[in-house]
Design a protein around this ligand. Structure first.
Ligand SMILES: NC(=O)c1ccc[n+]([C@@H]2O[C@H](COP(=O)([O-])OP(=O)(O)OC[C@H]3O[C@@H](n4cnc5c(N)ncnc54)[C@H](O)[C@@H]3O)[C@@H](O)[C@H]2O)c1
Ligand SMILES: O=C(O)C(=O)C[C@@H](O)[C@H](O)[C@H](O)COP(=O)(O)O
Ligand SMILES: [Zn+2]
Length: 367
């Protein structure tokens, strides 16, 4: 068991261990909730809902809600249904929502908890690798049409309970999605971790070393959100890869690509632009990195670059200022900064990046 404290507007503990989903009550009893709504999705429910509920019901009243799985539920209609559910079940200001699942369940349930009766208790029980990122830091949100996370809050959980055993049922695609955020954290905040990652021919949650990798990745996030909870400055660095990543996720939403897969392409784009800004032709975005990512299963090419659509979405990014598009770039490993570009400049950069990626014949198509 490892316990990490995050110091923010409220301090909370991230409890990381195995089999801890069975006794969640131990980690939340100090809050004296009178009722709990466990919100999850259909896939997670199949594997883990009973384990969680059985551990809670001897001590506290529990109601449950199973959502369909997938990004589509991060919207206003599911937000409304959940609010109605909490009201029908008579949760009050002494009650709490437990988000049992990945980032989608966490973002939606957290936003619901943050707004119901102007905010009730909120606990994250992440079950994806990606959720080592999403369950920490308090960003909760829903989408508006294809604009990601545009309606939301900073609402830190009162506790995070991360049972690593749940990761064993993730598909390879979902594992890679979460790994993209690990790679992001390593590039912006832990060069040593990055070096360690790119020497591995295989990565798996079953590896003994993986837990350490996860702790280090969480630590990069913790340090940044502790320093800038509300994203007034350096928290923007956690958006490395996301200006383009979010746009790809939305433009190609019908193509079954995950958040992390889209962000991985966005990370390569930000590395490409960083190298240009640093005046290096082959700097951080090297053939070696592309080959490593391809070998561990990432698909990094787009068969059809819908540049204008991507640009329209990038123009709605929350980091932008005065209609200039913000990209998070690296002066070097661990040295992120934000630079703004005109839409025309970004268009040219996207076209140059598409051409650059086109030279790698071993790269596979994401869409
Ligand atoms: N709030 C934040 O700081 C933050 C950070 C990163 C990403 N996000 C958001 O998180 C979302 C992506 O999160 P995600 O990748 O966890 O997606 P997700 O919640 O949709 O989970 C991915 C898939 O895996 C299934 N699943 C979850 N746990 C499982 C398990 N243990 N075994 C088998 N299947 C399981 C889910 O049902 C779903 O089909 C995006 O909406 C993204 O914008 C938020
Ligand atoms: O915690 C953060 O800050 C992040 O940016 C983490 C990202 O991985 C995550 O995808 C986040 O939801 C993006 O936030 P947004 O503010 O760009 O919507
Ligand atoms: Zn992300």
């Amino acid at each position: 068991m490892k316990e990490i404290t995050v110091k923010s507007s409220i301090d909370y503990k991230i409890n990381i261990g195995t089999r801890i989903r069975f006794n969640i009550y131990e980690f939340i009893k100090e809050f004296n909730y009178n009722k709990i709504a466990v919100i999850t999705d259909e896939n997670v429910a199949k594997y883990y809902l009973e384990d969680v509920v059985n551990g809670l019901t001897p001590f506290i009243q529990v109601v449950t809600y199973n959502l369909p799985s997938g990004e589509k539920i991060k919207d206003i209609s599911w937000f409304e249904r959940l609010q109605q559910f909490l009201l029908n079940e008579q949760l009050d200001r002494h009650s709490a929502v437990i988000a049992l699942g990945g980032g989608v369940v966490g973002d939606l349930s957290g936003f619901v908890a943050s707004t119901y009766m102007r905010g009730i208790g909120f606990v994250q029980v992440p079950t994806t690798l990606l959720a080592h990122d999403s369950s920490i830091g308090g960003k909760v949100a829903i989408n508006l049409g294809s604009i990601k996370n545009i309606i939301g809050h900073f609402y830190p959980p009162q506790a995070v309970i991360y049972d690593l055993d749940t990761l064993s049922t993730l598909s390879e695609q979902e594992f890679r999605s979460g790994l993209a955020e690990v790679i992001k954290h390593s590039l912006i905040g832990d060069a040593h971790l990055y070096e360690q990652l790119i020497t591995k021919q295989e990565l798996s949650v079953k590896d003994q070393s993986f837990e350490k990798i996860l702790h280090r990745s969480i630590d990069v996030k913790r340090v940044i959100v502790e320093a800038d909870e509300l994203e007034l400055g350096k928290r923007k660095f956690l958006n490395f890869g996301h200006t383009l990543g979010h746009a790809i996720e939305s433009v190609y939403q019908s193509k079954n690509i995950t958040h992390g897969e889209a962000v991985m392409v966005g990370i390569l784009f930000d590395l490409f632009v960083s190298d240009l800004e640093n005046g290096e032709r082959q700097g951080m975005l090297s053939g070696g990195l592309i080959t490593w990512l391809t070998n561990i299963g990432y698909k990094l090419a787009l068969s059809e670059w819908r540049v204008n659509q991507l640009l329209q979405l990038m123009l709605k990014d929350k980091k932008n200022e005065k209609q200039l598009i913000a990209l998070v770039l690296l002066r070097d490993y661990e040295q992120p900064y934000v630079k703004h570009f005109s839409p025309k400049e970004v268009k040219n950069l996207l076209e140059a990046f598409a051409k650059y990626m086109g030279q790698y014949s071993n790269v596979k198509y994401l869409v």
